[in-house]
Design a protein around this ligand. Structure first.
Ligand code: APR
Ligand code: PHB
Length: 388
């Protein structure tokens, strides 16, 4: 088969890129290892920046998001039982939307199906070839047969465990990593959210997060050790650990119920540089991972796609490669700022260090955040999303 851009991975990065290119008449094929149902079954975060909202609208898949998404004008931080609010809209003029990544993925899949743009699910043994030449190829197996796609470019949107980054010669890539000695144990429950805005909780028992998916569906997290066994966490234990970390008002308001999903996510910061190798371009988790504390994972995938889609559009529409040549540097500049913010808010809100001096510094930094307009502004600017 022949196409202009072969996209590996039907996560938010791959699907969004495919939709934006398709709408500009640029041929593309998406290859996804899993089935569509499997991709849709993954529970991920759901806080989206204005830039991501605008891109989903540009891709023509924003209607349900605007109908069902929850607009948040602020965010709460609860320290040892005391709530503090960062007025995001007041400080930046910008808001956030709470709308599950699962819903975004569904909207993108529906958009692609409606556009009848080619997507191969259950594509196995995907491999990339000749990325340093002028006619890169992607091979894969589907329905028991081998297939080959000849293309101009390959977009590696296959996540952290994908083959795209792994297919880059070791000497051509540099990776940076910080692994945190903890995880997040998250549950989804059809109970009314305990807070109207997301609330991050720092408590001597450990971190917790109050989030939601709708006025009737809550998403809660508690800090846990990496070696945690999910089977050792029946719902009762989760609520016993979660409730005491909240402020009094929330403890009184909290309605508990059975979990409909429960999972543990490790906390990691990771960046691979550069994000381009000849005709192969990496986007999203294939190139970088952030701990979930800053709610930047999905939004960084979207900003990569913003830069990459414009670069491909400039190449095919104006026959200029300037944006393609600057893609890696431009995307990484925003990636590192989001990595810094995500690392900073993670170390600020989690009991990582045992050193009492570090804990005092954390409290002093939080005190400053709640008393200094400049500090609150810096937090808000990063949390609502830095410009592209
Ligand atoms: N061949 C084909 N598809 C693959 C392969 C492969 N070898 N390896 C992985 N994939 C697919 C995965 O099955 C997945 O559907 O690539 C897709 C990658 O999607 P994501 O992991 O969701 O990554 P991305 O699209 O970059 O989205 C980043 O997802 O994990 C969250 O927090 C993260 O919100 C961020 C977002
Ligand atoms: C979520 O809603 O799942 C969520 C919200 C904020 C985060 C991470 C996850 O920082």
């Amino acid at each position: 088969m022949r196409t202009q851009v072969a996209i590996i991975g039907a996560g938010p990065a791959g699907l969004l890129l495919g939709q934006l290119l398709h709408r500009r008449g640029i041929d593309n094929i998406i290859l996804e290892r899993q089935t569509a149902d499997y991709v849709l079954g993954r529970i991920r975060a759901g806080v989206i920046e204005q830039g991501t909202i605008d891109l989903l609208d540009e891709a023509g898949v924003g209607t349900r998001m605007h109908d069902e998404g929850l607009v948040h004008e602020g965010v709460l931080i609860c320290i040892d039982g005391v709530r503090h609010r960062i007025p995001l809209k007041e400080l930046t003029g910008k808001t956030l939307m709470v709308y599950g990544q699962t819903e975004i993925t569904k909207d993108l899949m529906d958009g692609r199906a409606a556009a009848a743009a080619p997507t191969v699910y259950s594509a196995h043994d995907v491999a990339v070839h000749d990325i340093s030449g002028n006619a890169p190829r992607v091979t894969y197996r589907a329905d028991g047969k081998s297939h080959e796609i000849v293309c101009d470019y390959i977009a590696g949107c296959d996540g952290f465990h994908g083959i795209s980054r792994k297919s880059v010669p070791a000497g051509a890539i540099t990776t940076y990593e910080r692994v945190y000695p903890l995880g997040w144990l998250g549950i989804l429950s059809d109970t009314p959210p305990v807070t109207d805005e997301s609330m991050y909780v720092r408590h001597p028992r450990g971190f917790a997060l109050c989030s939601m998916r709708s006025p009737t569906r809550s998403r809660y997290y508690v800090q846990c050790s990496l070696a945690e066994d999910i089977d050792a966490w029946p719902d009762e234990r989760f609520w016993e650990e979660f409730k005491p970390r909240l402020d009094e008002e929330s403890r009184e308001r909290l309605i508990i119920g059975p979990s409909i999903e429960k999972s543990i996510a490790p906390l990691r910061s990771f960046v691979a540089e550069p994000m381009r190798f000849g005709r192969l371009f990496l986007a999203g988790d294939a190139a970088h991972i952030v701990p979930p504390t800053g709610a930047k994972g999905l939004n960084l995938a979207a900003s990569d796609v913003w830069y990459l889609s414009r670069a491909f559009i400039e190449h095919y529409a104006e026959h200029s490669d300037a944006a393609l040549d600057h893609y890696s540097a431009r995307a990484l500049a925003r990636v590192w700022k989001a990595e810094r913010f995500s690392w900073w808010i993670t170390t600020l809100l989690h009991a990582i260090s045992e050193n009492p001096f570090d804990l005092k510094i954390q409290l002093a930094e939080l005190d400053h955040l709640f008393q200094s307009k400049a500090a609150a502004m810096a937090f808000a600017e990063n949390y609502v999303g830095l410009p592209y």
